[in-house]
Design a protein. Structure first.
Length: 274
């Protein structure tokens, strides 16, 4: 194993230990999400609005901060004082993950482990033919169980991950559910409401919140408008409902098989007739 990989695993282990100990004492903020739900964006907004550091892709720090993760509610993780659970339509995640796992972009070129792994498991003739490949890819995402040696903090599949946080949120009052789709629709209002989770003060600094929202908007970070796609960028498109452009009937069938009921339970559909 390369030295870089060893150091990465040590960093992940350190962070996991930290989230189960130190953050409970210094009352750091924990953002939890299934990968590709928009967690980095939300963590940036929280960091800016709460004026807390966001140690991204680095070792944790001793003072109070915002931490973004894909952790499940086990060990002592769900005992953290402020947990923000970010939820996104699983169908959009399937599409976004496909680009992240199988299409080269500016970020995964620097750390090709994910792309190399998924391409070794999914031998598609043309990785850019997403519509043809998507049903097989979805099936793989819901059935593959890589070893911890490969993926130390593997979050499981979209259904199981969010089911665990849904169950935890019904028992605990330290978990705030926020939807990616609502954040896109009205970022300022959703962020302002979220601030009440951290303080009962009715009069938050609206101008500071507005300035933070503007600073981390898709348009400011990418110099593109939402919907203008760049497949080589980590911030690819910045919209919701993109699954409709890629899901075939086969893809729908596979997703319904594994997570259709969950989609209904979370309020994204009224029934399975979509």
């Amino acid at each position: 194993m390369k030295i870089k990989q060893i150091l990465n695993k040590f960093e992940h282990a350190t962070r996991l230990l930290y989230i189960n100990s130190v953050t409970l004492i210094n009352t750091s903020v924990l953002v939890v999400e299934y990968p590709k739900s928009g967690g980095t964006w939300l963590a940036q907004l929280l960091s800016g609005c709460l004026k807390l550091p966001f140690p991204r892709n680095q070792y944790p720090i001793l003072k109070k901060a915002v931490y973004h993760s894909h952790y499940q509610p086990k060990y002592l993780i769900d005992k953290n004082k402020h947990i923000v659970w970010l939820l996104r339509d699983g169908r959009d995640i399937m599409v976004s993950s496909y680009f992240h796992h199988l299409v080269w972009n500016d970020k995964n070129k620097k750390d090709p482990k994910l792309v190399n792994y998924y391409r070794s498991k999914l031998k598609f003739e043309d990785y850019s033919d997403i519509k043809t490949n998507l049903a097989t890819y979805i099936e793989f995402l819901f059935t593959d169980k890589p070893s911890k040696f490969l993926f130390f903090n593997y979050p499981g599949n979209w259904k199981d991950y969010n089911q665990k946080w849904l169950d935890a949120s019904k028992k605990l009052d330290n978990i705030y559910l926020i939807r990616y789709e609502d954040m896109l629709k009205d970022t300022f209002s959703e962020t302002e409401k979220l601030m009440c989770f951290f303080s009962n003060k009715a009069n938050h600094d609206k101008e500071h919140i507005r300035a933070t929202v503007n600073r981390y908007s898709f348009e400011n970070q990418t110099k593109r408008k939402p919907g203008e796609e760049n497949t080589t960028s980590f911030l690819r498109k910045g919209i919701s409902g993109d699954w409709k452009n890629y899901f075939t009937e086969d893809a729908k069938k596979v997703f319904k098989k594994y997570a259709g009921e969950m989609l209904v339970d979370l309020g994204y559909e009224e029934d399975l007739n979509w």
